[in-house]
Write a protein that binds this ligand. Structure first.
Ligand SMILES: C[S@@+](CC[C@H](N)C(=O)[O-])C[C@H]1O[C@@H](n2cnc3c(N)ncnc32)[C@H](O)[C@@H]1O
Length: 279
């Protein structure tokens, strides 16, 4: 079996199971088996695969056909230009969450040694990128899921930030030992009724996506706690789902009438991040 034919077979199988971007997915999985870059794979289209390599590739294709996200199959995901270990204990970091990081970095530039908290840290991607980008910072990273924190710990080690990222197990801001300058949170925000039963998202931890009745249960609770856990002039940055920005802004205006509140759109024009800056 040559590489070109293996790719065609893989693509066909994925298409049968209605997997989006089948040609690209097949290529990514084959590259993982062969440990080749895209360019190398394309230059070697007519090279032979060993039976063992082809069997391993088919095994990955079968997993993808069963709706397992590609990131879980590969065991990693890129976020903000860095590689993170992921598996089914954590949400796969999404590109739109990079906006949360960008805004946090923007605010953090006003501090010499900012103290941050990333709430619901999952695999730790947001907290770790912040620690790496802001060299004098300390980042508390909290999650209710001990499993998620195990993955986050591995990522902290991988990126050498064990000292600047402090992992804490507990709900929302309850476990924070002191007020901070900036809070980031990408909490679950899918409405219970909208939780997918099939597709890759259905294999991600419910705890990471289930936002309760209206999708805002955790976010609402966090907003109520934030006043006690932010320093004066502090900032709260929340990622929200499509159509939720206005409700969250109204809630924050009620809780913090003197604060500056901004909705920040993502690349698709969806208001994705709400930022609140205390006076
Ligand atoms: C949408 S995922 C985000 C993960 C990661 N921050 C990211 O952006 O990729 C939400 C995370 O919040 C955690 N979580 C859910 N409820 C929580 C709570 N009450 N307190 C702290 N973490 C919570 C979940 O375990 C999950 O890891």
């Amino acid at each position: 079996m040559i590489i070109r034919q293996a790719l065609v077979n893989g693509r066909r199988m994925l298409e049968e199971y209605e997997i989006e971007d089948a040609p690209l997915e097949a290529e990514i999985l084959l590259r993982d088996v062969l440990k080749k870059t895209r360019a190398e794979l394309h230059l070697e289209f007519d090279s032979e695969l060993s039976p063992h390599q082809y069997a391993a590739f088919r095994q990955l294709i079968r997993r993808r056909c069963r709706d397992e996200p590609t990131a879980y199959i590969l065991g990693r995901r890129e976020f903000y230009g860095r590689d993170f270990l992921v598996d089914n204990r954590v949400l796969v970091p999404r590109p739109e969450t990079e906006l949360l990081v960008e805004k946090a970095i923007e605010f953090a530039r006003d501090y010499e040694a900012p103290l941050l908290a990333d709430v619901g840290t999952g695999c730790g991607a947001v907290a770790i990128v912040l620690a790496l980008e802001l060299s004098e910072s300390t980042v508390y990273a909290t999650d209710v899921s001990a499993d998620a924190l195990t993955v986050a710990r591995k990522n902290c080690r991988k990126h050498g930030v064990e000292l600047s990222v402090r992992l804490l197990k507990g709900s929302l801001l309850d476990v924070l030992p002191e007020p901070v300058d900036i809070i980031t949170a990408n909490l679950p925000y899918v409405r219970k009724a909208d939780l997918p039963q099939t597709g890759p998202v259905s294999t991600e931890p419910r705890l990471a996506i289930d936002g309760g009745f209206d999708g805002l249960e955790q976010i609402r609770q966090l907003c109520r706690q934030a006043g006690n856990k932010l320093n004066p002039h502090g900032h709260l940055l929340l990622e929200v789902g499509q159509g939720q920005a206005e409700a969250v802004t109204i809630l924050l205006r009620g809780l913090f009438p003197m604060a500056q509140i901004q909705m920040v759109p993502d690349l698709s024009g969806i208001d994705r991040v709400i930022s609140l800056s205390l006076p």
